[in-house]
Design a protein around this ligand. Structure first.
Ligand SMILES: [Zn+2]
Length: 169
């Protein structure tokens, strides 16, 4: 199973996806004029991940896209069951890609809590830092006691202290 995480960040107008196994991060700048609502950033991130899956992933893998947006998860379910109602251009592109990808691979889209969304973690990390490239590889520092992962060792240490040491009896 391959895990892909997606998130949209309005702070720097970015859509982000993370291929967990490869440690690969992909970002895309979203034009403000196109952006409209915050949800559109989430749809752009979904689109980014679906294009990545189409172009780069082996079709035999079982793929799970993780999003902390309930709207995206609901939308994806409706697409797969053919129950989509209102569609703007962006959503129509997402629908088309979901169907294309579902034809050649086992695709599911799951909701994940915000704090465990690796794409959200990346957007948070690069909120004020210089973005190296629109595509790059990171090394994760995983917590051994919960699903949290960080891209800096210091952040992991702080997490372990705050979550698992300070409040444990
Ligand atoms: Zn932890």
């Amino acid at each position: 199973m391959r895990n892909i995480y997606i998130d949209g960040g309005t702070k720097r107008d970015l859509a982000c996806m993370v291929d967990e196994e490869a440690g690969l991060i992909k970002l895309r700048r979203i034009r403000k004029s196109v952006a409209g609502s915050i949800a559109n950033f989430e749809y752009e991130a979904l689109l980014l991940s679906l294009s990545y899956i189409q172009k780069r992933m082996v079709s035999t893998d079982k793929i799970v896209i993780h999003s902390d947006s309930t709207e995206i998860v609901r939308f994806a379910r409706q697409c797969k069951s053919g129950r989509v109602r209102t569609l703007n251009k962006l959503r129509r592109r997402c629908l088309r890609k979901i169907l294309q990808v579902s034809l050649v691979t086992s695709l599911s889209i799951h909701w994940t809590p915000r704090k465990h969304n690796l794409a959200g973690r990346i957007l948070e990390y690069y909120r004020k830092r210089r973005i190296p490239k629109m595509e790059f590889i990171v090394k994760w520092y995983p917590c051994k006691r919960c699903p949290a992962k960080y891209i800096q060792e210091g952040d992991l240490e702080r997490h372990i202290y705050n979550r698992h040491i300070m409040f444990s009896s």
